[in-house]
Design a protein around this ligand. Structure first.
Ligand code: AMP
Ligand code: GLY
Length: 421
């Protein structure tokens, strides 16, 4: 089989690595990929938002299956577009992708189907938003409606901070804003819950906890994710039942009432408050770095899962998982998530000798004249699976120490909630 993967991050390298172990793969193409995918796939330099160019490539190269990694092309409707040409695509359609593309779409769905979530108000202009603050409790949470790569969320401790958020969002910091969301702040512990779906059947795709803040102790600015571990320490049978019954199933019912369904990975970002799950957000894809953390535990052939989702036969296959713990630490370019130097060379990587439980997934990397360069904010993901989180983290830190890349930094406290001091 010829399989193409859209995207260039650690998530897509992890997907490519998992596919490369499949008995079904013949060739893997990464569009555009990174220096890591280059080792196991053919990188194709195309813009993932240029649907026509992508269709032309898939058609000319007779690609059998295409997997969409990131949210932007999904929200822009790449699945609907490619399916018109009878191409097998793994990912949700444009309507279903609104679950991530519009926070207000999701909030309305929560309202209509009684899905537990933070209380909220939708405000259409600065004046109404500021007036609403007169009765707001603090902290509150102010969000841009559209995709903002995790950056359009402000936790505000007082009216002043809220006013700044309202100004910035309506002034277009995250693109044209027709409205904003002001939410109640939920106090609890976060957890990411994943499913995979073929539109009829859903299967659990593990849990994880990521660390979004840039500094140790979960402080500082929000990032795409500095590290993660799987499983979440919160998951129990009872909690999973509540998540499925109160959140996932009503969401899928809501989509079916809109005459559509959900195919692909669905990522529920949850806040667990006194053993009760509340939906914070949906993402219509795997998380990054959660995907890198979770996939090494998958024992079932990932290509079989993708095909079953496209063919609506997910009920026919069983998903098997290793019982091991998995931990991932992301090494970033110094300065991230703000400005950082590009094209810093990374030496030493090929000198690291990995055992079969150790993985390195690339993100913002580029190979030029046999040398490796960092070209993005998040650069490499170091993952270890182990009987315990502590050993996993120690092995990762050992390897990162050996790498000794002066252009990068990483958090040494990933997984602190599941690792005894
Ligand atoms: P989002 O992009 O909606 O996932 O928000 C980014 C982060 O902001 C989340 O991962 C939470 O840490 C935090 N957050 C968002 N909404 C809330 C809320 N209502 N209460 C508490 N924290 C929140
Ligand atoms: N790690 C958070 C995300 O993928 O959205």
């Amino acid at each position: 089989m010829k399989i193409a993967i859209l995207g260039s991050g650690g998530r897509e390298h992890a997907i490519a690595a998992s596919i490369s172990k499949s008995s079904k793969k013949e060739n893997i193409y990464c569009i555009p990929g990174n220096a890591g995918t280059l080792e196991i796939a053919i990188n194709i330099d195309l813009d993932i938002n240029n649907f026509e160019a992508i269709h032309k490539f898939l058609d000319e190269n007779k690609i059998d299956l295409v997997v969409i990694g990131p949210e932007q092309p999904l929200v822009n409707g790449i699945v609907d577009y490619l399916e018109k040409f009878n191409i097998k695509v793994f990912g949700p359609n444009k309507i279903a992708s609104q679950l991530e593309g519009s926070k207000i779409f999701t909030k309305k769905l929560c309202e209509d189907y009684n899905i537990p979530t933070a209380k909220f108000a939708v405000l259409e202009n600065k004046l109404d938003a500021k007036k609403f603050l007169e009765n707001s409790k603090y902290p509150n949470v102010i969000k841009a409606d559209n995709l903002a790569s995790g950056k359009g969320v402000y936790i505000c401790n007082n009216e002043n901070e809220s006013n700044v958020a309202i100004e910035e969002i309506f002034n277009g910091k995250f693109g044209v804003a027709k409205n904003i969301l002001i939410e109640e702040f939920l106090e609890g512990e976060e957890m990411s819950y994943f499913i995979v779906s073929d539109g009829k059947t859903i299967k659990n795709f593990e849990t994880a906890q990521d660390h979004k803040r840039v500094l140790e102790g979960d402080k500082g600015k929000n990032t795409g994710g500095m590290g993660a571990y799987s499983p979440s320490r919160l998951i129990t049978k009872e909690l999973e039942e509540k998540i499925l019954n109160k959140i996932i199933q009503p969401t899928l019912l809501g989509l079916s009432k809109m005459n559509t369904n959900y195919k692909g990975f669905l990522y529920a970002g949850l806040m667990i408050v006194k053993d009760e799950p509340y939906l914070i957000e949906y993402n219509v894809r795997m998380g990054d770095p959660e995907c890198q953390t979770i996939l090494p535990k998958l024992e079932t052939d990932l290509v079989d899962i993708f095909l079953a989702c496209c063919d609506e036969t997910l009920d026919k296959i069983e998903l098997n998982w290793s019982k091991k713990k998995s931990l991932c630490v992301v090494i970033c370019s110094k300065g991230y998530p703000d400005g950082f130097k590009k094209n810093e060379e990374i030496e030493n990587l090929e000198n690291l000798k990995l055992t079969e439980d150790e993985y390195i997934f690339h993100a913002g990397t580029l190979k030029k004249n046999k040398k490796l360069y960092a070209v993005g904010g998040r650069v490499l993901n170091f993952v270890v699976t182990s009987e315990n989180f502590s050993e996993a983290k120690n092995k990762i830190l050992f390897n990162l120490d050996k790498l000794n890349w002066q252009g990068g930094f990483y958090r040494k406290d990933i997984g602190y909630r599941v690792i005894d001091k």
